[in-house]
Design a protein around this ligand. Sequence first.
Ligand code: ATP
Length: 257
Amino acid sequence: MSASSNAIEIRDLWMTFPGKKKGEQVHVLEDVNLSVKRGEFVCIVGPSGCGKSTLLNIIGGFLQQSSGSILVEGKPVTGPDPKRIFVFQENGVFPWLNVEDNVGFGLLERTEEERRTVVKRYIDMVGLTGFDKSYPRELSGGMRQRVEIARALAASPDIIYMDEPFGALDFITRLKMRADLVRIWQEEKKTILFVTHDIEEAVQLADTVLVMSRRPATVQFSEKIEIPRPRDLDSRGYLEARDRIFREMGMSLKVGA
Ligand SMILES: Nc1ncnc2c1ncn2[C@@H]1O[C@H](COP(=O)(O)OP(=O)(O)OP(=O)(O)O)[C@@H](O)[C@H]1O
């Protein structure tokens, strides 16, 4: 473990993609600086297309930045790492495996007994007790996302990267998943970096919300959310934090404004 308490540290990160026309360049990220403490829950919000997923993919080692430094657990990122797990919006579960085999997929080198114990722990934790033998096609979208989260946790990662993980779910399921993710995070204390376009979701979940600007995007604003969990979505503290972020992003909450 490095002496720093930061799980992720990014300095002067720039990212440019080649454009469609010859010689054209698309500047996506510009001078991004941020740090995430070990065990912290950080949400990244920003306008559509500003580069949130690009940033997550660079931190996760799937894309190479144009310039700048990224340290994860004190070391430069050179590619994907099994100690850091991604959970995406689109279903990543294997349709041909049942729930317990999906959750235990990353544990094949463990003994049968260890594997069974870990799989059961996380199936229970995400609220899928009794669905161990079910196949993804027999589950709802929310339940499939629970399988993904259980699989991510079972792999015992240092960090979980989540890219709009609840984006495809209906409103009620999304609310339930958020509440459950907070509970799970409190039990597991993993570092979570969570991308969402939903400011209310970010304020419900995060210790820190990082607001990105339009493209070329940088971290425009950082809001610490020091409201005890589970958070009351009608509380003054919650509404004030949410409204500060809306205002910072240049959005008005007044209808017709
Ligand atoms: N491989 C690539 N080549 C060229 N341009 C790319 C590539 N990947 C992303 N982009 C561009 O980078 C910009 C940022 O995309 P990205 O998906 O990171 O944004 P986002 O903030 O996650 O968007 P959304 O909120 O809509 O999911 C977009 O304009 C996109 O077209």
